[in-house]
Design a protein around this ligand. Structure first.
Ligand code: TXA
Ligand code: MG
Length: 324
């Protein structure tokens, strides 16, 4: 598999019913024609994902909403207008165009317009909706560079569109608009505060009633190394303790952590997530992958403040650390 930067060759594969990986601003997606049930079946099997876990359908523009959803509430237009293209997925009642296979049998469909120039060009050339989960095997760390996709799925896909490193680095925020009041099923690249201010109301964070959004699955986004989340003040001590037990420890260093105590621990590798929550989100998955590549056995991190992007970061770390 040789990655390409030409959206047309990738659009052609989609039209032929192929599986393609493409960049978005959040993470790379593993895409198939959302209306082609055979392609969707192959997507589920390559991803290793249970068939009742619904896929997000990616669109070229908000103006396509009404082709894919019905009984669209005003809140959807308001959020779409303000946030698309961008890291927001809206759950709406699906139109008859959407095959049941794409939504795992659900009556709702997740829709989003990604903010990556190559993704948008691919969508425009393809003309339809692209159903795409993150381009990793089920339960594992999402890819934020073409090389990640190549090493995970290179043998199983028909094309890989290389758009460099993803700018946001964590997945889209999912807002369910099919209930009496909007709820957030997954914190992500757009802060919940922003959604609340656009809607002029507070929005609940709800874990889905069944485990079809991996929010309820204890382990997700997980590297091979065990992940532990500890308070910033306990990081250095825990790192020293694990090292003395023979573990190969990597610490994900956040902007709120105290670096000086960790610098003294010569056997501990520091993976710097940079000066802000934004940089931490962008680097998180790459750092988890690097920890595996360097054969670390434990990854330590402290939890970010649960506000803004920190909410998504805290969620991903918690799931990476969840019982396997
Ligand atoms: O940023 C993203 O959202 C990335 C990029 C590629 O767009 N995609 C992504 O897809 O994260 P995936 O499949 O890895 O995660 C989507 C989540 C899943 O937990 C899925 O269960 C949930 O969204 N989901 C999608 N449609 C749904 C629906 N109709 N009802 C409930 N949950 C839904
Ligand atoms: Mg995923």
């Amino acid at each position: 598999m040789i990655p390409t930067t030409d959206p047309e060759t990738v659009a052609l594969k989609l039209r032929e019913g192929g599986l393609v990986a493409f960049p978005t601003e959040t993470v790379y997606g593993l895409g198939a024609d959302a209306e082609n049930e055979r392609a969707i079946a192959r997507l589920f099997s390559v991803k290793g994902r249970p068939r009742n876990h619904p896929l997000i359908v990616h669109l070229a523009a908000a103006s396509e909403l009404s082709r894919w959803a019905v009984r669209i509430p005003e809140a959807a237009y308001r959020l779409a207008e303000a946030c698309w293209p961008g890291p927001l997925t809206l759950l709406l009642e699906k139109s008859s165009r959407v095959p049941d296979a794409t939504t795992g049998g659900l009556a709702s469909v997740g829709l989003r317009v990604p903010a990556h120039p190559l993704a948008l060009e691919l969508l425009r050339r393809f003309g339809g909706g692209i159903a795409a989960p993150s381009a990793n095997r089920f339960g594992r760390v999402s890819p934020t560079r073409a090389e990640h996709v190549l090493s995970d799925l290179g043998d199983d896909i028909d094309a890989l569109l290389d758009g460099g490193e993803c700018a946001v680095g964590v997945e889209s925020t999912i807002v369910d608009l099919t209930r009496p009041a909007p709820v957030v099923l997954r914190p992500g690249g757009i802060s919940i505060e922003r959604i609340e201010s656009l809607l002029g109301m507070s929005v609940e964070r709800v874990l889905p009633a069944d485990a079809r959004a991996p929010g309820l699955l204890a382990s997700h986004y997980a590297p091979d190394a065990r992940v532990e989340v500890v308070a910033p003040s306990a990081l250095a001590q825990r790192a020293a303790e694990l090292t003395s037990q023979g573990e190969r420890v990597a610490v994900l260093l956040s902007h709120h952590d105290d670096r000086s105590a960790l610098d003294l621990l010569k056997e501990v590798t520091l993976l710097d997530l940079g000066p802000s929550d934004e940089s931490a989100a962008q680097r998180l998955y790459g750092a988890l992958r690097l920890a595996d590549a360097e054969h670390h056995t434990v990854v330590l991190a402290s939890p970010p403040a649960a506000a803004g992007l920190g909410e998504a970061l805290a969620d991903r770390l918690r799931k990476a650390a969840g019982p396997r």
